[in-house]
Design a protein around this ligand. Structure first.
Ligand SMILES: *[C@@H]1O[C@H](CO)[C@@H](O)[C@H](O)[C@H]1NC(C)=O
Ligand SMILES: *[C@@H]1O[C@H](CO)[C@@H](O)[C@H](O)[C@H]1NC(C)=O
Ligand SMILES: *[C@@H]1O[C@H](CO)[C@@H](O)[C@H](O)[C@H]1NC(C)=O
Ligand SMILES: *[C@@H]1O[C@H](CO)[C@@H](O)[C@H](O)[C@H]1NC(C)=O
Ligand SMILES: *[C@@H]1O[C@H](CO)[C@@H](O)[C@H](O)[C@H]1NC(C)=O
Ligand SMILES: *[C@@H]1O[C@H](CO)[C@@H](O)[C@H](O)[C@H]1NC(C)=O
Length: 249
């Protein structure tokens, strides 16, 4: 008798423990998401209109505006809050507690501050759309660690500094939009044969444009006085004797 009851008790305890653990993890993720929203919408948070993002309901209940979940797994898949007058900052540390996130779209708001390094904690992110905000400062050096990234749109902000060179190693990247910022330095040597969309216009990039394999025209490179080489009509100055070849082919 005892030798059958004991293992059953143990099994029940273990299952209960796992259940409680899962619930508390879920609770933690939910609280982190609400924190992310409160920092994104500081004014709205004060007046209590955080788009239904409430710790007392489930993010996948359908009441959290802008949250789209995967239906069998009930995990948060997309957060889309374009044109919502959001004027806070991006708390990536809180956001990326939600490791299931694939798409983050916050286009055309007034979000400021920098794009935090912790964005790379969102390891499954495939689409990052932050166009038309007030992001400033350098791009996070951790950006290339988002190695599932397919579409990146950081256009129309006030970003400066260089693009991390090894962003070019993110092999699945299809779109790279950073037009209308104040980025500088050289354009990373992307594999342009894999890129479908590319725009670095209206920044302060300089040096020779890498070989774009004839896939992009001047309209992707306008407004960078220091850039030279195809597809722009400005030839690069001849390379110095000491340095190795390249520039215009
Ligand atoms: C955003 O703010 C503007 C001006 O205050 C207002 O006209 C507009 O309706 C607001 N949009 C949303 C989605 O709240
Ligand atoms: C992240 O993506 C990997 C690979 O596609 C997958 O195995 C994993 O379950 C995903 N993580 C979450 C939390 O969805
Ligand atoms: C990019 O380069 C930095 C240092 O230069 C390195 O720490 C990082 O691991 C590199 N990332 C990738 C994706 O290669
Ligand atoms: C643009 O870059 C050049 C160096 O290539 C630098 O001298 C200049 O100050 C930069 N201009 C702006 C507006 O940042
Ligand atoms: C350049 O490419 C874009 C998009 O690929 C296209 O819409 C545009 O017509 C092209 N412009 C020129 C001048 O060829
Ligand atoms: C690139 O961005 C500039 C500035 O916003 C725009 O004028 C141009 O049409 C864009 N080109 C492409 C190919 O997206």
């Amino acid at each position: 008798m005892m030798d059958r009851v004991l293992p059953t008790c143990l099994l029940v305890s273990v299952l209960l423990f796992l259940f409680v653990m899962a619930r508390s993890e879920e609770e933690e993720v939910k609280q982190a998401l609400v924190r992310f929203m409160e920092r994104l919408a500081p004014g709205n948070a004060v007046i209590g209109q955080t788009f239904g993002w409430d710790v007392n309901t489930d993010p996948c209940s359908g009441k959290w505006q802008g949250v789209i979940c995967d239906s069998p797994s009930q995990s948060v898949k997309m957060i889309v809050l374009d044109e919502r007058n959001l004027t806070g900052v991006l708390d990536a540390l809180s956001l990326c507690t939600t490791s299931s996130l694939l798409v983050l779209s916050l286009n055309d708001n007034g979000i400021g501050g920098d794009i935090p390094n912790e964005i790379s904690n969102c390891q499954n992110l495939t689409h990052l759309y932050l166009s038309g905000n007030r992001f400033s400062g350098n791009l996070p050096l951790s950006l290339p660690q988002l190695n599932n990234l397919k579409r990146l749109d950081l256009s129309k902000n006030a970003l400066s500094g260089q693009v991390p060179p090894n962003l070019s190693k993110v092999s699945g990247l299809l779109s790279f939009f950073v037009q209308d910022n104040q980025l500088s330095g050289e354009i990373p040597k992307f594999d342009f044969s894999n890129l479908a969309q590319f725009n670095v216009s209206n920044n302060n990039f300089s040096g020779a444009i890498p070989d774009v394999k004839g896939r992009f025209n001047t309209s992707s490179f306008l407004g960078n006085p220091g850039l030279c080489g195809l597809p722009l009509p400005d030839l690069c100055p001849p390379a110095k004797k000491s340095s190795t070849k390249q520039f215009v082919e």
